[in-house]
Design a protein around this ligand. Structure first.
Ligand SMILES: NC(=O)c1ccc[n+]([C@@H]2O[C@H](COP(=O)([O-])OP(=O)(O)OC[C@H]3O[C@@H](n4cnc5c(N)ncnc54)[C@H](OP(=O)(O)O)[C@@H]3O)[C@@H](O)[C@H]2O)c1
Length: 290
């Protein structure tokens, strides 16, 4: 049904990644954004009503319950949104002949590898959020076998989480400007993702009709502490940042100590992500901070 169509649906259109996707995918497609008010992914009738009538070329699902503490406290809700929600959207994609794109996370890994995770590495989630997203990947792929799963990590983008302007970079810069002391975790290793860069990669992957699993974080590995320091440096804010262990923020939720992503598969399509430092610089420019 959706083969020659240029229509692309983006679920979570006001979110951090979703809002950039709406803008970037419009370079090649006719994009329709769906906000949470338009569609509830955990309700199959709502998904069918919103998406079931049009010949989509692709349906991109960025919606998630991604606050890890909330997922641990409400595992049923986490699985309803992140796993069953993924399935309901995949089923509509399958019925309408659309490519399905499910956005996933570095938190599917346990961190024991100690080196950047590749697409071929075996996931082993440490918490309910990671388990629910991994279930979402599997349910998507079994319902619509040519699904594209895009894993990203430690996201920053113009809209901020849930479209509310906030993310890790904003929190650090806000505290520095307010003269507050900065203490940041220095023993969790990540690969940050600038949402605009992830959106550009997805545009190319859709153009090439790619399928299967891709890691799409920015290249390189850093700690939250190094990310904070680089953001401050680029903004010309000379503020000391105390390096602290994650154990200083006791949490009922286990997090991987090393969840950086790297891609073996993008190169096969002539694609590559940029370094996290380049992504961060462009983000700060986009926000007008530098
Ligand atoms: N944020 C990160 O650091 C991170 C890291 C790795 C992977 N990811 C993954 O990347 C994706 C996008 O993350 P993001 O940071 O862009 O998230 P976001 O800013 O919170 O955007 C998600 C959007 O989805 C909507 N939404 C939430 N629950 C929904 C539901 N049940 N039905 C329909 N819409 C719903 C939200 O609307 P409301 O706010 O109105 O509910 C929000 O606009 C997610 O799949 C997440 O798991 C995120």
């Amino acid at each position: 049904m959706g083969g020659s169509s240029k229509l692309v649906a983006v679920i979570g259109a006001k979110g951090q990644l979703g809002s950039d996707l709406v803008e970037v995918l419009a370079q090649a497609f006719e994009v329709v954004g769906f906000t949470h008010a338009d569609l509830e992914v955990s309700d199959p009738a709502s998904v069918q009503q919103a998406l079931g009538q049009r010949p989509w070329r692709a349906i991109v699902n960025t919606a998630a319950l991604h606050k890890v503490e909330a997922c641990e406290a409400q595992p049923e809700r986490a699985f309803q949104v992140n796993a069953l929600g993924a399935l309901y959207v995949a089923q509509v994609a399958q019925k309408t002949g659309a490519k399905y794109v499910y956005i996933s996370t570095d938190y599917v890994f346990d961190g024991r590898k100690g080196q950047p995770y590749l697409e071929a590495d075996l996931p082993q989630p440490l918490n309910v959020y990671g388990a629910s997203k991994l279930a979402g990947e599997h349910l998507s792929l079994q319902a619509q076998p040519d699904t594209l799963v895009l894993r990203i990590a430690s996201v920053f983008g113009r809209a901020g989480a849930s479209g509310k302007g906030g993310n890790f970079i904003e929190a650090i810069l806000g505290k520095a400007r307010a003269g507050e002391a900065l203490r940041v975790v220095a023993d969790q290793y990540i690969s940050p993702t600038y949402t605009k860069d992830a959106a550009r990669l997805l545009l190319e992957l859709l153009r090439q009709d790619a399928q299967g699993l891709f890691h799409a974080a920015n290249q390189g590995v850093c700690t939250w502490h190094a990310l904070a320091q680089e953001a401050l440096r680029l903004c010309g804010l000379e503020v000391p940042v105390e390096a602290i262990p994650a154990s200083r923020f006791p949490s009922p939720v286990r997090r991987p100590a090393f969840s950086a992503l790297s891609s073996q598969r993008l190169a096969g399509l002539g694609l590559a992500s940029r370094s996290w430092q380049e992504g961060l610089r462009d983000y700060l420019r986009e926000k007008g901070y530098i």
